[in-house]
Write a new protein. Sequence first.
Lengths: 355, 301
Amino acid sequence: MSTSSGRREMAEQKSIWVFIEHTDDHIADVSLELTGKARELADQLGYEVVGLLCGHDVDALAQDVIHHGANRVLLADHEELALYRTLPYARVAIAEARARKPEIFLIGGTPNGRDFAPRVASALRCGLTADCTDLQIGDYYIKKEDKTYKDLLYQIRPAFGGNLIATIVNPHTRPQMATVREGVMRKPAADAARHGVVEKVTPSFEPGDFALEVLSRQVRKSTVKLKDAPVIVAGGAGVAGAEEFALLRDLANLLGGEVGASRAAVDAGMIDRAHQVGQTGTTVRPRLYIAAGISGAIQHRAGMDQSSKIIAINTDPNAPMFQIAHYRIVGDVAEVLPMIIKSLRERSMDQRDAE
Amino acid sequence: MTDSRPIHCVVLVKQVPDTHNITGEVMTKDGTMNRNALPAIFNPEDLNALEMALEIKGRHGGTVTVITMGPPKAANILREALFRGADKVVLLTDRKFAGADTLATSVALQKAVEKLGQFDLVLCGRQAIDGDTAQVGPQTAEKLGIPQITYAESIIEIAGGKITAQRALDSGSEIVRCTLPCLLTVVGSANMPRPASVRRQMERKLAAAPNEYPALRKQWPEFESDQELEAYLTAHDLKIPIWTAEDIGATEGSIGLAGSPTQVHRINFVVLESTESKTISPTPEAIAAMVAELVHEYIVG
């Protein structure tokens, strides 16, 4: 617990916090992406960026957070924090947030981030917005109060209802909390010249915090590398079944790319969730995105509309995906994909003949 | 060794617009969605939570109570819960709950769960398909002052006042053991929800909330007044009770719009930027020309 003078000192320096997730001595990409975004927002506001790092024997990770843009790392090192658990981690965050009063608190939209953030927001009685696709700073006028709130965090996310984007604000409560999925923000390059303060904080647990114990944890290395794939061939509800999905795989292999999917395809059980592109999946920016039988709901488009070139294939000429596509093919996936595959194979054969 | 003690489960469920089956009729010309044209359904992962509770009851005995907060028509999913095997249901409905964000929703749910009294487990779906926030479960657990197991995929055992469960994570899974009472949020891969039983459907088809009495009496004119119908439903355990904000002791400032720290600053239409685009015929020649262009621009190859 910090002293009252410490609190006064903190109150002078407003801050943006980032929850630093890590496994096996490696910081999650999303935490570093958010550190970069926090740096950007903090520079705009004159705030400090603070990484909240809970763990055991994780001192070495603190510098990594600083090199990606943090001024300060709050390091809670304790054997009870070795593996992520809701209550011990939340205890540290809640106590420190109450004492230091951050303006903004950003958390990665991972399963554990989505376990942690609402628990902390509930205890602090503050607002939390899930799966933001953009974060900005701006003002907010409340007519009833005839008052303008300056420099609020605009928490921007697609809203249910088609092509709608909602901007959410929390004018009255602090911190302003938001979760963001991996890949939405760009990870800044590490800069070893950056310096910062590593401040150790001592957790004060209560017996009830250990109600849950982790008996075992299996981590499998994901073999799906959507985020960095140069080409993504993605399928949606318009792909009729496993056989047609195999065509996507063929084409992706031919192009040295990855198979992606819309949520509809994942929910239909055609492909594993690790392949999902979109607001609640992975955000991608490949050189080429082939959307096969994907209608193009905003939640999907939010995760791929930065692709350099987009080919859309759909039987429905009114599919929203066509509006952002560079190549529109009104046709059946089962007929069009084999044509693309054949054309690519013929080209590579011609090339070989020429050599 | 399993507990012989019965386990009392409370399941929190939500009626949602069926965003997974968006048909052409629902989309308007400008690409927005007509929310009212979507059928209202039982949130899919809440069905998995209900199924998990019913399986626990099957193994350990106990009770399954289902609570929903929503408009009066949300009574539909409570009937569905009864048909599937819930013992008791409660409809939280009040204009004062309207406009609630996840925090204000969790206050109402906390108060309702506490009003029910003793429980061992609270279960809910990981998230609802109309918002995908996954926040209400953990926020409710925090307010109830109980631990949480999110992303629960299976229960390994309940014994000695503790539950052992598997959590499904992005990059693997973990097995955790937690003291009861606790709250579980359940993922869709946890189980296959049982269908409604025909027998239960026959037995409980009259189940109704007070706001539905007039409509029900049109179907069953033998009940001459709401009071008469209510007496019958109560005697046969078919009355779906409605709890208001006052009933659960929620203060006005803590629920609904007033209790919501998040506010919608604005809603923007996304104007789809018309990219320079070409329409390609689905013919081998046109496709080959497109591929040639992509190769020429070093996009592929």
